[in-house]
Ligand binder design. Sequence first.
Ligand code: HEM
Length: 419
Amino acid sequence: MRITSSITPDAVDLDHVDLLDAHFYANGDPHSVWAAMRRRAPLHRQDLPDGRGFWSVTRYHDACRVLGSHDDFGSEQGSLLGQLGQGDAASGRMLVATDPPRHTELRRPLTHLFTGKALAGTEQRIRQAVREVLAPALGHEVWDLAQRAAMLPMAVAGVLMDLPQEDWPQLVRWTGMAAAPEDPAFRVKNGPTTLALAHHQLFAYFGEQYELRAGTPGDDVFRLLMTMNAGDGRLSVDEVVVNCYSVLLGANATTPHTAAGTVLALLEHPEQLRAVREDPSLIPSLVEEGLRWTSAASSFLRHAKRDVELSGGVVPKGDAVAVWVGSANRDESVFTDPYRFDVGRGANRHIAFGFGPHYCLGAGVARLTLRVFLQEALPLIGGWELAGEPSHLASNFVAGLAALPIRATAQSGNPGQAA
Ligand code: HEM
């Protein structure tokens, strides 16, 4: 998906856009389409030749309304656009595919492992992983930041879930296949086959890990899922497995793209790079602007539980609604100069982590990872340049970079020392 673009909303023919098509996000310009929808069709209907159809919500306040009100818009028929018309086999058992009150029972016992003290011990581990990701920057070869960043979230998710480190590369591959099954880098035969394969491998993997852990002590997320009480008792093996899948996918599908996309934004806006290097106290605000700018989790699906009025019309009961997070985060009625990448942006109320009951469980983990990543990367970036065109992932769910080739600039004798 284009992260920067010259926005031309008036030129967009909204009758002929296909927001479902994964390849549109690799080759097209969704930001122009979303800008046109925010202005001319805030509730946009797309009907598919096979009889399925969905509404698109692109304005910030409508996005919050849909994501924030589970009484009106539910997640149990699937929370991803790719599930349109199919439902979710993990409905009512996996966090993202479950509405309150069951969702609250599943989520409440988990939250403390994703915040505060539980994370404090992981910072050093994250820094080490970041240095491994950035190691090629110290040489003069062309290297791909998007590819290397893929390993970044494992340093946290892998540790939080106590997953053996030798399994991490394979887990990164499978979660990549699950998040972007249509992308040429992941596709095996076709998208649905790729997705089925990824699900099979990941569920089998977590099933085996369950067996290995049974009866062993530990205070990781995996064992907590195995032992916690959720309302009416313990979770079934299947419930544990699908929630492990959800946590790992949540981490791996998003964090690397936010990290790589923020670096690209800094390379494209050298004055912003200068500002944050001169004043590192801006790093937390750079993290937030990077989250808004990249909006890596691009769309989420809900189904209306009754007729609900939104800007532009009424969503009839039972209909599917796609919420475009990347559009809401560029809404000109909420963000001043939304297409400006601004490391000093104040009051940045982006919804990159969602809104309402499903607000990202890993938001604290992700913020910590991104802060450490940028602390380590900033001294180096001044000595980098693009070594080719960045390419964008073919996915209607993840807005990310498939490739971000980097090399040291001719001027920087030692990129590690670049000022
Ligand atoms: C930049 C990084 C990340 C972004 C942009 C992001 C974005 C999101 C968004 C938008 C949602 C809401 C889904 C919905 O409304 O249906 C969500 C949910 C979730 N995320 Fe993240 N996420 C990130 C990192 C992580 C990490 C690091 C983890 C785990 C370690 C994680 C685990 C989850 C889980 C388990 C949920 C489901 C929560 C629920 O349904 O209650 N995410 N994430």
